[in-house]
Design a protein around this ligand. Sequence first.
Ligand code: FES
Length: 246
Amino acid sequence: MTKLLEKAQVVENKEVASGIYKCRLRTSKIAKECKPGNFINISVGSNSQFLLKRPFGVHNVIGNELEILYRVRGKGTDVMTSLVAGDSLDLLGPLGNGFSLFEGKKILLLGGGMGIAPLYYLEKELSKDNEVITMYAVKTREELVDIKVSNLVVHIDKEEGCFACDKLEDVLIKNNIEMLYICGPDALMKLSYQIAKKHGVYTEVSLEARMACGFGACVGCVVETVSGLKKVCNEGPVFKAEEIWG
Ligand code: FES
């Protein structure tokens, strides 16, 4: 896949839940090249403090525009909250390998917190040819982003007094789920995979790692897999769960 470097224009940047923003960017080519699970690197600010590009999963693609979701959790993302329509940003992408796409399957998507970001675009693509349920788990209602998908199950830990993976087995069995895609905290992904494995459900996970270059040059994003060390940025971020946890 060709990586493109281009200037993108901010179309909209707004807070969509407590401390969580959605930014829509107009690109000339990158958006059209993005597949579900890809990410882009964005240069944040002009100050040397923010020279590194930061990775963001592609949340949605609409024609030549793409959306990212980001949580404010440092100076870089704090600077991003002040972006307004018409501002321009340097983008590098698409990066990473993306999710496998199937047809005619019963599929469950499980997003924990900001893990919902790449699953929204995945749902849009998979639901054309599959039966898809999206399970979206957050700790509190304040961090819930309004996600419009056809078959959504929202789980709020604090209100329900349990975790999403406590309900997972039921959902897998009742809906005869054949494939599971997960993005979220490591503990949620690992535990959910173990449940899915017990029921023979094929599982892919999208990993998060600290990334500097985003294309395999800095070795800053290495993870241990059953077949040795792998770079999340260009051998992932999507892996078969069995590659990570056996
Ligand atoms: S981010 Fe540099 S090698 Fe992966």
